[in-house]
Design a protein around this ligand. Structure first.
Ligand SMILES: C[S@@+](CC[C@H](N)C(=O)[O-])C[C@H]1O[C@@H](n2cnc3c(N)ncnc32)[C@H](O)[C@@H]1O
Length: 224
């Protein structure tokens, strides 16, 4: 995946910059702020009501920021059970992970969980907490297979469509729609018109949603 460097974003949280793609892993306006807003507040929080368990698929684990933020939710919601699968075909080198400052910005108890997230075995369901199971898969979305109607929410956090168009192909969106549960949600930071049209074409009811700092809009698709 080319040369990757640690950068600092506007809210003081780290992100990564991939020199080959000329692309960051998060918004320059704040990695932590963006992840919390796009995937936790506008994602999980909007599907959790009335459930005692949620199943989450993440496309693009990267730094593991969305995973640790979901573990934070699991600690706050001990009566709710979480099962999360995260896909990452290009796991990061240990020295990059060690250079990220997320654990300085989060509650102390998350520090050891962040280490576990990165050191735990791939391809296996690992109980990080009694109510949080994580499966890391070293696979692309194109390779990934799951049963239909499996996930309450899909965090679509791939690099931008102009950098990695193949991840956003309609075939992949069709797969997301199939594996999303009924009344489930597809959420992404991206607001491109082409993506909106493609999501509609595969069956989602799509809404333009207010974006995180620095972005007017983002997209969410509901499987009705
Ligand atoms: C925008 S970054 C992810 C940010 C990540 N969620 C985080 O919090 O750090 C996109 C990630 O998608 C991964 N990726 C690249 N191709 C992919 C594919 N075909 N399927 C799934 N993930 C892919 C990249 O290696 C990268 O880690």
């Amino acid at each position: 995946m080319g040369n990757i460097k640690i950068i600092e974003t506007s809210d003081g949280s780290s992100s990564l910059f991939n020199e080959q793609l000329n692309e960051t892993y998060h918004s320059n306006h704040g990695a932590l702020t963006e992840s919390r807003y796009v995937f936790i507040k506008s994602g999980w929080e909007d599907v959790k009501d009335g459930k005692d368990k949620t199943s989450i698929l993440e496309v693009g684990m990267g730094t593991g920021l969305n995973v640790i933020l979901m573990i934070e939710q699991a600690l706050k919601n001990p009566d709710h059970t979480f099962s999360m699968i995260t896909l990452e075909p290009f796991p990061l080198k240990e020295e990059l992970i060690e250079g990220l400052n997320y654990t300085d910005l989060l509650e102390d108890e998350l520090t050891s969980y962040f280490k576990t997230v990165h050191s735990c075995e791939w391809e296996k369901g690992i109980a990080i907490l009694p109510n949080f199971t994580l499966t890391k898969k070293k696979a692309t979305l194109q390779e990934f297979e799951a049963e239909e109607n499996t996930f309450d929410v899909i965090f679509f956090d791939a690099f931008a469509p102009n950098k990695q168009p193949e991840v956003w192909y309609v075939e992949n969106l069709t797969k997301c729609f199939a594996v999303n549960k009924k009344d489930g949600l597809f959420v992404t930071y991206c607001a491109k018109g082409q993506l909106r049209r493609d999501l509609v074409s595969v069956g989602y009811e799509v809404e333009r949603y207010p974006g995180p700092p620095g972005k007017r809009e983002m997209l969410r698709g509901w499987k009705k």
